[in-house]
Design a protein around this ligand. Structure first.
Ligand code: ATP
Length: 348
């Protein structure tokens, strides 16, 4: 349904998007996730037709809508897309119903059709009781619902979201994730959702593109990314909590704790937090770090230690009574679950 082929975007001498290719089927929920500045919003803007690719193509349902090589882009209003930003950008002088009605008016629908469609989307978003209010008379979460209702009113085939939940408080964000997925399914549209929050990515997506410095590090389902991260970057970016990486120098963890299984190797070893335990005393299978924090999580406790550049997190059964800075011995399992080369690529 959406096909992106060798997409590049250059701003002056800076290449913000460096050869991105991916495709997702109709009805997919694609999440572009990555740290600030990795190029995800630039890709979304190119999908929306607000930005022209320097080279590469974008195809929707077999129709090319942007072609950098030929220097043409179908204008935003003719691409069958709807866009919602982090800032809700509602018209302040129009009521909620007026805001939702506006794109239908622009599309030239007659009054009866508009009225019934506005009623439908008000119901779908659960905001019927707000129809006559103005944007400054409703909360941020309600404004975001109105923005989403306004986007889906003309029934676009592709929904584009740019960090739509980042202005909401943590509890509302979690509720709106579910809500957004419900709306996505109800419309049958294909969605592309940009976020830097990996939890949002992993809970919402059918397909995830983890981006780093203008490129896709890995593209796959949330389950695949956690089970088989292709790079050290992905391993430490996804998962709750993300995996631990321990540098290996000449076959020894942190250059000091030798492991016969890694003889002579350099790179980094991956241990999942649930594979680490805490030991009473140091041994030839423990790394000693300084206790930093503990956080209860679903009946268990996430314990983190830090020393120099190394940060390890273990999942344990009960809250430890350590004070900050206390030495904690993290016990390694018999072997790392994965190994990454010094270049950060999975080696096994
Ligand atoms: N119009 C522009 N002119 C010049 N540079 C730009 C322009 N738009 C984006 N960039 C640069 O391109 C890079 C990617 O920007 P983009 O907004 O796509 O990142 P992002 O991953 O969405 O980041 P964030 O999560 O912070 O929004 C950044 O370094 C940014 O400064």
């Amino acid at each position: 349904m959406i096909q992106i082929e060798s997409l590049h975007k250059q701003f002056g001498s800076y290449e913000a998007v460096q050869g991105v290719s991916l495709s997702v089927p109709k009805g997919a929920f694609l999440v572009l996730v990555g740290p600030s500045g990795c190029g995800k919003s630039t890709i979304l803007r190119m999908l929306a037709g607000l930005e022209a690719p320097t080279s590469g193509t974008i195809t929707f349902g077999g129709n090319t809508v942007s072609d950098g090589g030929r220097g043409w882009v179908i204008e935003p209003s003719r691409r069958d897309t709807g866009l919602v930003f982090q800032s809700y950008a509602l018209w302040p002088h129009m009521t909620v119903a007026g805001n939702i009605d506006w794109p239908l008016k622009v599309a030239g629908l007659d009054r009866d059709k508009r009225c019934s469609r506005v009623g439908e989307v008000l119901d779908l978003l659960g905001i019927g009781q707000l129809a006559a209010r103005y944007p400054n008379e409703i909360s941020g979460g309600q404004q975001q619902r109105v923005a989403i209702a306004r986007m889906i009113a003309p029934k676009p085939g592709i929904l584009l979201f740019d960090e739509p939940l980042s202005n909401l408080d943590a509890k509302l964000r979690v509720e709106m994730r579910t809500e957004l997925l419900r709306v996505h399914r109800a419309t049958g549209a294909t969605s592309v959702y940009v976020t830097h929050d990996q939890v949002e990515a992993m809970t919402m997506a059918t397909h995830v593109a983890v981006m780093n410095a203008g490129r896709i590090e890995q593209f796959g389902s949330p389950g695949e990314l956690v089970a088989r991260p292709r790079t050290a970057f992905v391993a430490t970016f996804v998962g709750t909590p993300p995996a631990n990486l321990v540098p290996v120098v000449n076959g020894a963890y942190c250059g000091r704790l030798a492991d016969a299984a890694l003889a002579g190797r350099n790179g980094s070893a991956m241990f999942r937090p649930e594979e680490l335990t805490l030991a009473e005393s140091p041994s030839d299978r423990t790394l000693t770090l300084d206790y930093a924090e503990a956080s209860p999580m679903a009946g268990r406790v996430m314990v983190t230690g830090i020393r120099a550049d190394l940060r390890l997190t273990a999942i344990v059964d009960s809250l430890p009574s350590f004070s900050v800075g206390h030495e904690v011995h993290f016990q390694l399992p018999p072997a790392p679950s994965m190994f990454f080369t010094p270049e950060g690529v999975r080696a096994q």
